[in-house]
Design a protein around this ligand. Structure first.
Ligand code: GTP
Ligand code: SPV
Ligand code: MN
Length: 593
């Protein structure tokens, strides 16, 4: 088979000449094709069948132990001008990058099959959706792409109609960390990735296309490609508000996207609808609102910590037809990870479980599953025009300083709040875990161009006639003196979302502080929660002196973008710094007196 699109055929031929595969397979996305791939991977040990009674059609994949997460230091944005990639990206000149990676691709598919994987990011008939083709030599990647995207014949038909697509070339190569690169060429709308078979390194539709290339395209076309979940909150009156939320990797997007309301809320008639758990493409509609689609069709979610108590919807979603990566096994071949009841027998590397070797499941173990299997999956996830966004929420892991929730006073302040986001690093990327770093809009690893230009792009949406979402910041991860999380989180996060939606509709009250609007304790429904006065004080305190130091640090961070930093954002930082200085002055005078 080949395509009716000459440019696609030519590219496949070129790649085949370079990589020298034994065979070429054009993916049609059919059930038969998927079944055949699974059988083949089961035969060669790539997939291990799980207990068919408890987990029908579920498989375990063990990746190479050195290939378990995204590798940010090997992820490059290759623009002609290094300043266009910005200090937020690793950069290489396009010609050098192509030469370096093509040398690794030479002959790398000998003895393997080259799969041509046409895919569509977003509902197949949505004008907001964009298509791509991934060439890969990994059947595991093909199977994951089938779950995570609209993959196969309908996508190919759209590509042939439109004539344009993002080119993604992937090979697992030798799975050698020293011969591993994930390179982006935004000016050519292309991606080249070699040496990893894992998640965001290898499923090129996800972070590489939908975020890095997508954000670059979005800037020139006037939309936003963001690392955000999309959730619909239906109140007892039957109105649904859609909220988009950006939290860094492994900071709670999947959990918030499918939360189960606390009992009192369920009884009152609140419902939660899941549109997406990781990526959001937003575009201004004719009515001035931002309309959002989830470009993905599945979840590639963090397994550890997922349980009947934290995320029962996820547990129901992954009870069948799921690929698990790097989880542990029980004696009867059920998938297991930290946070589940029961005991592991085999760890994620296939060794007999021994606590001396660390956790049984890798901390970045994941499940791949179709979004449609989620009990709260919304039909609106297929809506061609997307869903209207009422509120944008930023958040991260902040053990101190940052209150449970606050609201930005306007769009420009909200952009500052997003740009200033900080969070402790997690196991989703290789490197140290638990280190506080700035992660603007949760896009540090994913923004395909200079953050200075990106902030300016965000600010540019504030135009006459725009009916922009309100912007909020949340922190589920505040710790008390005992080192434990103060806020119960998970389902109880709906209490915070209720306030957020109330602010959007004008129903909820708030108190103004130098950092934004905070709910008074009466403005938030805390009924049924056991939070003592001290916990409440911690969750809602704004320590002006500590915040002044934070905002000064934010100022230094903004300076790192030099002349690409929009002046409007600098003005905003100075406005907040001045408000804090004023708020802190009486306190300092009292201390001095
Ligand atoms: P990526 O897929 O990497 O982008 O991650 P994500 O943002 O979707 O994170 P996810 O929802 O998978 O959560 C990651 C970890 O955070 C899990 O171990 C969760 O149990 C934990 N977590 C999620 N929500 C909360 C919360 O409200 N409170 C606390 N304390 N932990 C949470
Ligand atoms: C993340 O790291 O934000 C993920 C997982 O969602 S990956 O697909 O590896 O990027
Ligand atoms: Mn993510």
């Amino acid at each position: 088979m080949a395509s009716q699109l000459e440019s696609l055929n030519r590219w496949v031929d070129e790649v085949a000449r370079l990589t020298e595969p034994d065979a070429i397979h054009w993916c049609d996305g059919s059930d038969e094709e998927y079944r055949a791939l699974i059988e083949q991977m089961q035969r060669d040990g790539t997939l291990i069948p799980l207990n068919p009674k408890t987990h029908p059609n579920c498989w375990l994949h063990r990746s190479h132990p050195s290939d378990v997460a995204r590798v940010e230091h090997l992820t490059l944005v290759c623009t002609s001008d290094p300043a266009d990639a910005g200090p937020n990206n690793h950069w290489m000149a396009p010609a050098d990058a192509h030469a370096k990676i093509d040398a690794l691709f030479a002959g790398c598919m000998k003895g393997r099959t080259l799969y041509v994987v046409p895919y569509c990011m977003g509902p197949i008939d949505s004008p907001i959706s964009r298509c791509g083709v991934e060439i890969t030599d990994s059947p595991y990647v093909v199977a994951n792409m089938r779950i995570m995207t609209r993959m196969g014949a309908p996508a190919l038909a759209r590509i042939e109609r439109e004539g344009t697509f993002v080119k993604g070339l992937h090979s697992i190569g030798e799975l050698d960390p020293d011969k591993r690169f994930i390179m982006h060429f935004p000016e050519e709308l292309s991606i080249k990735s070699i040496g990893s078979g894992y998640g965001g390194n290898a499923l090129l539709g996800k972070k590489c296309h939908a975020l890095r290339i997508g954000s670059y395209q979005a800037r020139s076309e006037g939309w936003l490609a963001e690392h955000m979940l999309i959730v619909g909150i239906q109140n007892p009156q039957g109105e649904t508000h859609y909220v988009a939320a950006a939290f860094p990797s492994a900071c709670g997007k999947t959990n918030l996207a499918m939360l189960i309301p606390p009992e009192g809320y369920r009884e009152a008639g609140w419902k939660v609808w899941t549109i997406g758990d990781d990526i959001c493409w937003m575009t201004p509609g004719e009515d001035g609102r931002l309309w959002a689609i989830n470009p993905e069709a599945g979840f590639f979610g963090v397994a550890p910590g997922t349980s009947a108590s934290t995320n029962p919807n996820a547990m129901a979603t992954i009870a069948r037809d799921t690929i698990f990566t790097n989880v542990a096994l029980t004696a009867d071949d059920q998938p297991w990870w930290e946070g589940l009841p029961g005991t592991p027998v085999t760890d994620w590397q296939g060794r007999p479980y021994d606590p001396a070797n660390g956790p049984a499941a890798h901390p970045n173990a994941r499940f791949t599953v179709s979004a449609r299997q989620c009990p709260t999956w919304s039909e609106q996830a297929e809506a061609a025009q997307g869903v209207p966004i009422s509120a944008i929420v930023f958040g991260g892991r902040r053990p101190s300083l940052v209150p449970l929730v606050f609201e930005a006073r306007d769009w420009a302040h909200g952009v500052l709040v997003g740009a200033a986001m900080g969070s402790e690093t997690t196991a989703a990327a290789t490197g140290a875990v638990g280190v506080l770093r700035r992660d603007s809009m949760a896009m540090k690893p994913f923004c395909g161009y200079n953050y200075g230009d990106y902030f300016a792009h965000w600010l540019s949406f504030d135009q006459p006639g725009a009916r922009l979402p309100k912007i909020f910041h949340v922190n589920w991860f505040r710790k008390g003196e005992d080192g434990k999380f103060v806020w119960p989180g998970f389902g109880d996060n709906l209490r915070v979302l209720e306030w957020i939606i109330g602010r959007c509709s004008g129903a909820a009250g708030a108190t103004e502080t130098p950092i934004g609007f905070l709910p008074g304790t009466d403005d938030l429904n805390l009924a049924g929660l056991e939070l003592d006065a001290r916990a409440l004080a911690t969750l809602f305190e704004v320590d002006a002196a500590a915040w002044a130091a934070e905002v000064a640090d934010i100022g230094r961070y903004l300076d790192s973008f030099g002349d690409r930093l929009p002046e409007r954002l600098r003005d905003e930082q100075q406005r907040v710094a001045a408000a804090l200085a004023q708020a802190d002055a009486p306190a300092r005078e009292a201390a001095a007196g």
